[in-house]
Design a protein around this ligand. Sequence first.
Ligand SMILES: [Zn+2]
Length: 138
Amino acid sequence: MVPKLDVRRANAEKKYTGELCFTFEAEPSLVEIPFVSISSPVEAKLRYAILEDDSVEIEGSLAFTLKGSCSRCLRETEQRVSGEAEGYFVPYGEGGEDYSYSNGVIDLGEFLRDSVIFLTPARLVCSENCTAPDYKEE
Ligand SMILES: [Zn+2]
């Protein structure tokens, strides 16, 4: 489950910083490598910081496993992917580079989708030495 960050409540409780650790199922459409999908829930370890103007910085790491056909040799393979994720949320913002939120609650869904897409490599390869079968044109 993707938690929502209730900025209004966090402010009321003076919890201006905190941690969000959770797992969620990524939508299959996020991975565009043919015959490859995310085989495990995505693990998120995030920290948030609410600034004085109610904008919110979120940063941390995501980890997940890609499984499917090697993009070169088509053998079944899997790869652990992990990396940094960060986002900046402004209340009632008008797009731009930042995420916006309204009604005092941040929905992390779009940020997490963007981060998974960003971390997913362009292709899945079973090993660095993998060489594709030699298709010779006769
Ligand atoms: Zn391979």
